[in-house]
Every structure is written in structure tokens, then in C-alpha cells.
Ligand binder design. Structure first.
Ligand code: ZN
Length: 205
């Protein structure tokens, strides 16, 4: 019996109990049919798998927005590895203990709250940047990052509250008065408790 590895739990199982996700690869077989990329997920794992995929997609979108903002702020084409590491450590809640990093996954500050902190401190950051000379972009980045860390507690949850307000406004415009307050931080908390989050951060970069 041929087994497929479940993309969610990693265990192999008979394909009859699994759901197949397939998408075209853009490459073709010799007979002209398109090659398909297939992923298998246990039927019992499917709901959690889909939630996890949606979460990863949302994370990627928020990370992309933050990177776009940072590249503009620092007038750089790309963030180097050290810069990305700082961002990811803050997002994951990674701590240093006895000079060793204790890795966590998505237990720190959400990307949108990091971005929000940059945004609300932008005037101060720009003033600081225009008054100082840095040896390299890395020094500039670290200096500003420290400002953001100092102000981050004021911003945690603020971005999602802002989003909730915007969602509510849109809902009202649509004459669809759905209560959206339940958005907030629930989904983040849910994933913090998910012990299956063993993905490497490189999956997002
Ligand atoms: Zn599974």
C-alpha cells in the first residue's frame, strides 16, 4: 500500500484517508499534459492544516508590508540577514539565555504591531535620522530598532484595534452591522498554543 506523508502532522497514511491538494506547476510532461504539484493531508488534519495555511499567508503579507516600510524608511534595496533576524526574533519572542538563543515560534510581537510602532514614531525617527550620522546602514537600523523596542508596549494590540475600527466602519458602510470586535488577538493566541508550529522561520523568507 502506497503511503503519503501528511503535510500537517507529518505521519504517513493510506491515501484513501487523505485529501489531495493539487496545483499546476507550469511545467509540462512530454505528452503535453501539465505537471501537477500534489500535497496530501489527512481528512482529520485538514481543518487545522487550512487554518495554519491561512495564518502563514497572513503572516507573510504582514511581513511583506513591514519590509516594504523598512526599505523605504532606511533607503535600502533589501534587508540583510542580521536585520531580518532582529525582526524575526521580535516576532517569535526569541530570548537569549546564557548567551544562547532560546527559539520560540510566533510568541512575540505581531508584525503589524511592529509596523504600527514604526509608523506612530515616524516623525521622531526621521528627526533622529536627520540629526545623526551612522557608520553603516546596520547601525542606523539597530538604532531605530531600539527606539521601536522602547515604544512597542504602547502599540501591542493597537494595530488590531485600529483594524477592528476600520472593519466596523466598512461594515457600517455596507449596511451590514456585524459585530467584529471578536477579531482582536484571538487568532494569534490560538496559534501560540499550537504545539505543531515547528516550522522554520526560513519558510517565511
Ligand atoms: Zn495528518
Amino acid at each position: 500500500m502506497k503511503g503519503y506523508k501528511c503535510r500537517f502532522c507529518g505521519l504517513k497514511n493510506d491515501h484513501m484517508q487523505m485529501k489531495c491538494y493539487s496545483k499546476p506547476t507550469g511545467e509540462y510532461n512530454k505528452n503535453g499534459t501539465e505537471k501537477m504539484a500534489r500535497k496530501y493531508v489527512h481528512l482529520k488534519c485538514d481543518e487545522e492544516y487550512k487554518n495554519n495555511e491561512a495564518f502563514k499567508e497572513k503572516e507573510l503579507k504582514e511581513l511583506d508590508e513591514l519590509f516594504t516600510y523598512l526599505k523605504k524608511l532606511h533607503r535600502i534595496d533589501t534587508l540583510d540577514g542580521r536585520m531580518m533576524e532582529k525582526i524575526q526574533d521580535l516576532r517569535n519572542g526569541t530570548v537569549v539565555f546564557n548567551k544562547k538563543k532560546i527559539k520560540r515560534y510566533k510568541e512575540g510581537v505581531p508584525f503589524r504591531d511592529i509596523l504600527y510602532t514604526y509608523e506612530i514614531n515616524e516623525t521622531y525617527i526621521n528627526e533622529t535620522l536627520s540629526n545623526m550620522v551612522f557608520a553603516a546602514k546596520w547601525n542606523e537600523f539597530s538604532y531605530v530598532f531600539a527606539i521601536v523596542i522602547n515604544n512597542i508596549n504602547d502599540s501591542i494590540g493597537a494595530a488590531s484595534n485600529k483594524e477592528t475600527v476600520m472593519n466596523r466602519r466598512e461594515a457600517i458602510i455596507d449596511n451590514n452591522l456585524v459585530d467584529q470586535t471578536s477579531y482582536s488577538m484571538d487568532e494569534t493566541a490560538k496559534y501560540n498554543n499550537n504545539k505543531k508550529d515547528v516550522l522554520d522561520i526560513s519558510e517565511f523568507l
